[in-house]
Design a protein around this ligand. Structure first.
Ligand code: HEC
Length: 140
């Protein structure tokens, strides 16, 4: 009993902390994102390299993994999406507000500026692409 109450209290505090961060405009990674906003950001900032939806399955750059492939076939897709801006090749051309650039090299592509909220929205959009029936084969 006591233990449960402690856990409840800890969870309540965690919630309050998350709310105060959100009020301060800082969404912790993993906060609930907005998938519609995420789709817009993805079509503006990610689609020139990635296929980001079924409708555009064959667009993007062939050697770049599609969002559908990642969310359906990579067990750790969520972590990859939450940290994509620190992963190759993105850290060269994607900047996230409040996070120091990971390189001083000049960008080889147009710089995309995002906030951590945008990243949460991208994660939420990616989640919406999960499809248990996706076999990885092109639909006919
Ligand atoms: C300039 C081209 C380009 C743009 C723009 C781009 N990506 Fe990528 N992305 C890549 C390539 C290439 C890879 C594969 C990297 C590899 O396999 O090492 C990749 C991999 C990823 C991965 C997997 C990372 C990993 O290490 O497993 C995620 C997640 C991702 N991209 C998300 C995004 C999101 C979200 C956006 C838009 C905000 C975006 N990318 C924009 C080229 C791009």
């Amino acid at each position: 009993m006591t233990r449960n109450r402690k856990v409840d209290r800890a969870l309540a505090l965690k919630g309050a902390y998350a709310v105060s961060l959100m009020l301060a405009g800082i969404a912790p990674a993993g906060a609930e994102g907005n998938p519609e906003r995420g789709e817009k950001i993805a079509s503006e900032g990610c689609a020139r390299c990635h296929a980001i939806s079924e409708a555009h399955r064959f667009s993007g750059i062939g050697s770049t993994p599609s969002f559908m492939m990642m969310v359906n076939f990579m067990g750790d897709w969520e972590e990859r999406f939450q940290t994509f801006y620190a992963r190759r090749p993105h850290f060269v051309h994607i900047r996230v507000e409040g996070i120091a650039p990971l390189t001083t090299l000049p960008s080889n592509a147009a710089i995309i500026e995002l906030t951590l909220d945008d990243v949460d929205d991208l994660v939420a959009y990616a989640r919406s692409l999960q499809d248990p029936d996706d076999t990885g084969e092109p639909a006919d």
